[in-house]
Write a protein that binds this ligand. Structure first.
Ligand code: PB1
Length: 322
C-alpha cells in the first residue's frame, strides 16, 4: 500500500529529530529552590531529597557561585528560623536568614536573580501558612503579616517575591504594601494555583514546616478541581501578579495547559519535592534512568505550557544543557 505521509521520515536521524523538535529546555527556564538555615558552616543534607541541603548563608553563597557558573539565572529562597512562634515573627525580621542571604547574594553574586518565598509555615509553631484565630487560619489577619514579610524581603534587596501561602487577597495586599513603600518595581510571582498536594512531604521535612494540627485543605486547592484554577488565577491577575504559578507540576499538566491558554502572563510550574524525590528513589533502586526521566519530566512540564520551571533538578539539568 502506497503511504503518502510517513511520520517516520522525520524520525529517521538524530539531526532531523532535533530540527523538528517542538519543545526545547534552556538553562534560563529553571529556578533553583534553596533552603537557608541559621548559623555558620551549616550544610545539612535533607534525607528525603538526595542532593538538597539546608545551607547557612556562608554555604549558600558558595553554592550560589556554582549555580551561576552553571548558567542558571535564578534561585528561590526558603528560610528556616532560629526560633518559631505563634505569629512566625522571624519571617519579617531584617535579621532573618532569608533577609541576610538576600543582602549577601545581591552583593556577592549579583548575576543571580533572587526570588524569595513569602509564607509563615516554616516560621510558625503551628506550621500553618497563616495566623491562627480560634483554631482556624484567619485569612485577613494573615494578609498584613504576609505583606510585612514581603516588604522585609524587598528591603533586603530581593528581585522578586513569591507568596506561597494561598490566603485570599494576598497578592493585592503585598502589591499595595510594596507600592506604598517604594517597591513598585518588585514583581510578584504568585503561587496562584497551588493544590493541597501529598507531594509536599519531603519539603516539609526540609523546612520543618508540617502543620502541627489539621491540614492545608482549607486554603490550598482541592486536587480534584480544574475550573477553580481559572478563578484563582484570574483573581491574582486582577490583584497585580506579574507571574502565575501552578504547583505541583507533573500531576497537574492539564492545569498548566489550561492556564497557558487562558492568561498571557508568564507561567511558572513548580516540580515539587515529592516529584523530585520519587525520581531520585526509583533511580537509587535502579528502576529508572534518573537523567532520562528528569529531562523527560522537565520537557513534559514545559511542553504543557510552563515558561519557567522551579525544580530541585536545576543544577543537574543545567550541567547537561551546557
Ligand atoms: O517542594 C515542595 O514540596 C514545595 C512545598 C511548598 C513550598 N512553597 C509548600 C508545601 C506545603 O504546603 O507544605 C510550602 C507552603 N508555604
Amino acid at each position: 500500500m502506497e503511504l503518502v505521509f510517513r511520520p517516520r521520515r522525520l524520525r529517521r536521524h538524530a539531526t532531523l529529530r532535533k530540527m523538528v523538535r517542538e519543545t526545547v529546555l534552556r538553562r534560563e527556564d529553571f529556578i533553583y529552590p534553596m533552603f537557608v538555615a541559621p548559623g555558620q558552616g551549616v550544610r545539612q543534607p535533607v534525607d528525603a531529597m538526595p542532593g538538597v541541603c539546608r545551607l547557612s548563608v556562608d554555604q549558600l553563597l558558595k553554592e550560589a557561585r556554582e549555580i551561576r557558573d552553571l548558567g542558571l539565572s535564578a534561585v528561590l529562597l526558603f528560610g528556616l528560623p532560629l526560633t518559631k512562634d505563634d505569629t512566625g515573627s522571624e519571617a519579617a525580621s531584617p535579621k532573618g536568614t532569608v533577609q541576610r542571604a538576600v543582602r549577601r547574594l545581591k552583593k556577592e553574586v549579583p548575576e543571580l536573580l533572587v526570588i524569595t518565598d513569602v509564607c509563615l509555615c516554616a516560621y510558625t509553631s503551628h506550621g500553618h501558612c497563616g495566623l491562627i484565630h480560634q483554631g482556624e487560619v484567619d485569612n485577613d489577619a494573615s494578609l498584613e503579616a504576609l505583606a510585612q514579610v514581603a516588604l522585609s524581603h524587598a528591603e533586603a534587596g530581593a528581585d522578586m517575591v513569591a507568596p506561597s501561602d494561598m490566603m485570599d487577597g494576598r497578592v493585592g495586599a503585598i502589591r499595595e504594601t510594596l507600592d506604598e513603600r517604594g517597591f513598585e518595581m518588585v514583581p510578584i510571582m504568585s503561587y496562584a494555583v497551588k493544590y493541597a498536594s501529598s507531594f509536599y512531604g519531603p519539603f516539609r521535612e526540609a523546612a520543618e514546616s508540617a502543620p502541627a494540627f489539621g491540614d492545608r485543605r482549607a486554603y490550598q486547592m482541592d486536587p480534584a478541581n480544574a475550573r477553580e484554577a481559572l478563578r484563582e488565577a484570574a483573581l491574582d491577575v486582577e490583584e497585580g501578579a506579574d507571574i502565575l504559578m501552578v504547583k505541583p507540576a507533573m500531576p497537574y499538566l492539564d492545569i498548566i495547559t489550561q492556564l497557558a491558554g487562558e492568561f498571557d502572563l508568564p507561567l511558572a510550574a513548580y516540580q515539587v519535592s515529592g516529584e523530585y524525590s520519587m525520581i531520585k528513589a526509583a533511580a537509587q533502586l535502579g528502576w529508572l534512568d534518573e537523567t532520562a526521566v528528569m529531562l523527560e519530566s522537565l520537557t513534559a512540564i514545559k511542553r504543557a505550557g510552563a515558561d519557567l520551571i522551579l525544580t530541585y533538578f536545576a543544577k543537574q539539568a543545567a550541567a547537561l544543557l551546557k
